[in-house]
Design a protein around this ligand. Structure first.
Ligand code: NQM
Length: 354
């Protein structure tokens, strides 16, 4: 049925990789679309050997682009997480890393026109309903990926893509603190259940007998800790208005500890079963927000920056997120800098669809 292939851009967005499609090139029916995306990525299979997925949740992602459905946006972006080892495609979360590739992809595909050396692209993040603004380097009338910006977790230097977020509070949970509390106790662990762009459960690493400096591999090999974290996650889901999260990719489970490298706080994020190689963008904004909450487990551990620039330490370095605070300390917006790169532009050929 798809013997001629489907137009697809394969891009790195921040510290993730994904397939970027125009909505019009995918089936309109959601079930048919999801079956097709599983066949394209090669899921379910831990190696995704018969597809283009990279056998890791961070490289098994999809962005679906379409003309904007609201006046304050230039493009609609639907994020889909294609599970690696399960026949599941989820729209229950957005992704701020794949978001970094959306502006360039929208320009490459002619959805957005270049307007000078830098083109601002207003991106409607369909999963959560907010609009983010990304600034894309467009000298000579086209996207330039070359530049001098380096981000932790990606070798080399590339063109900076500054991204600004507003109104991210309660993106998927309806409120910044869906339980109304800065701290809830689950299975004897103090946890902040919070959503400032990404539903997260923030807990002290030390409460699990960890330093918080463990590697991704060490944490993924620790079955006892993983089971305790999953038990908390399954209870936190309904408390966060997310319903039964057994098969969902949210909430993200973030262990925090004191910063060790001059940042604001150190993190290790279960997303939710694998451990993030760095940290999600909106997850980092949410963690930074948690450090400001009186009584949260983050308060005793974090070091507040004077200039609103929070360096969130993670397994491969740190991610800087900027919180824009008003005179009362209320968060007006958040920002970060990412890079992205076009890796491949062509047609993708799915495995036979069962
Ligand atoms: O929090 C991975 C990533 C993400 C999410 C994940 C993200 C974000 O690509 O905005 O970007 O948490 O599953 O880093």
């Amino acid at each position: 049925m798809y013997e001629d292939g489907i137009p697809c851009l394969w891009m790195r967005g921040g510290t993730s990789k994904g397939a970027y499609f125009l909505a019009g090139d995918l089936p309109g029916d959601q079930q048919e679309r999801d079956r097709l995306l599983l066949a394209i990525m090669g899921s379910p299979d831990p190696r995704q050997i018969d597809g283009i997925g990279g056998a890791d949740p961070l490289t098994s992602k999809v962005a679906v682009l379409s003309p904007p459905t609201r006046d304050d946006a230039d493009v609609d972006y639907l994020f889909l997480q294609v599970f690696v080892d399960k026949a599941l495609v989820s729209d229950a979360q957005g992704c701020g890393n794949i978001l970094a590739g959306v502006g360039p992809a929208a320009i490459e595909r002619g959805l957005v026109s270049v307007v000078g050396d830098v083109t601002s692209v207003r991106i409607h993040m369909v999963n959560s309903g907010e609009v983010a603004v990304a600034r894309i380097a467009t000298p000579d009338g086209k996207v330039s990926y070359a530049g001098e910006t380096s981000i932790a977790g990606v070798p080399g230097r590339h063109a900076a893509i500054p991204i600004l977020f507003t109104n991210t509070e309660g993106s998927m949970c309806g409120a910044l603190l869906p339980t109304g509390n800065a701290v809830d106790m689950i299975d004897g662990i103090e946890a902040t259940l919070i959503d400032n762009g990404m539903p997260c459960v923030i807990m002290r690493a030390s409460d699990f007998g960890l330093t918080g400096e463990e590697s991704r591999e060490e944490l993924e090999g620790n079955d006892a800790v993983k089971q305790r974290i999953e038990s908390i996650r399954l209870q936190a889901g309904p408390m966060m208005n997310l319903g039964d999260v057994t098969t969902a990719s949210v909430p993200k489970m973030t262990l925090i500890s004191e910063p060790k490298h001059g940042g604001a706080i150190s993190t290790r994020s279960f997303i939710p079963h694998r451990v993030h190689a760095s940290v999600g963008v909106l997850a980092a904004v949410t963690v930074a927000t948690t450090t400001r909450l009186a009584g949260s487990p983050a308060q005793g551990l974090s070091v507040a920056p004077r200039d609103g620039r929070y360096r969130i330490e993670h397994p491969s370095g740190d991610m800087e997120v900027f919180l824009d605070l008003d005179g009362d300390g209320k968060i007006q917006g958040a920002g970060t800098i990412r890079t992205a790169r076009k890796l491949f532009d062509g047609r993708v050929f799915p495995a036979p669809i069962p």
